[in-house]
Design a protein around this ligand. Structure first.
Ligand SMILES: [Zn+2]
Length: 54
């Protein structure tokens, strides 16, 4: 089960409830970062989301 890269919430449960969430990827990296709907709302652009990932 994937967890949100930002807040640590379990995304699969959010998917079932809301059918929302996303997966982002850093440029030049194949590593994927799942992000839940709540964090997607807080940081609406991919640029902002990527800036939150360490
Ligand atoms: Zn989150």
């Amino acid at each position: 089960m994937s967890k949100c890269s930002l807040c640590g919430n379990k995304i699969q449960e959010l998917y079932l409830e809301k059918l929302k969430g996303t997966i982002i990827r850093k440029a030049g990296s194949s590593k994927q970062y799942p992000v839940c709907f709540e964090c997607q709302k807080k940081f609406p652009t991919k640029t902002e989301l990527l800036a939150q990932i360490k």
